[in-house]
Ligand binder design. Sequence first.
Ligand code: PGA
Length: 250
Amino acid sequence: MRTKIIAGNWKMNNNCAEAVELVKELKAKVADAKCEVVICPSFTSLCCVAPEIKGTNIKLGAQNVHFAQNGAFTGEISADMLKSIGVLYAIIGHSERRQYFGETDETVNKRTIAALGGGLIPIVCVGEHLEQREQGITEKVVVEQTKLAFTGISAADAEKVVIAYEPVWAIGTGKTATSEQANEVCAIIRNTIKALYGDDVAAKIRIQYGGSMNDANAAELLGMSDIDGGLIGGASLKADAFAVIVKAAG
Ligand code: PGA
């Protein structure tokens, strides 16, 4: 049985005071969660919210991590730096990073290796653009992104990774993939992991859906056989909506 994982990707929202407010509101609402609960505030808010979530079931994630351990990389943040302040997860290869910040399958792979090496759990994002879906190449795109993300990663490490299937056309658009569409691609991703690492890793690895998941559609999506959680953008900024999604994960 895979434990479901609901992660809130706050993106570039909430300064320190706002982040603390949101966490204060959230922690009681998700206290009885049966799934794993992760919030990913901006880098500048990580240290502010860390004391707030101490002793709660909320875990901390970052929205990115650099692939080097340290050195002359102005503006970047290493796995060790994140680990040292209590961060446990790192989102890697979000489509906004791929689209606006030159992230490639190669850098996604390097960041994933660095995160694992530094003791973080990567949440690796994959997903097709609308044109790719319309061209009928969703499977090809997602399989390739998954294979490249896992290049050089051992089976022991691979099973720790969380994969987020996020169709780019569904992110922040209010257009959710149907539960069947989402489940179909999550199953394709699981089969890709099976081909790379075998049945055991494929059965253990957790695959989230992300893209306009909200309090109204979460239960249906999370009820699908190959969807093990959600990566939530907009709806994670509202404590009530996020708490409903967490509850829907059972
Ligand atoms: P959304 O974002 O829930 O606002 O669509 C999801 C994401 O980008 O991870």
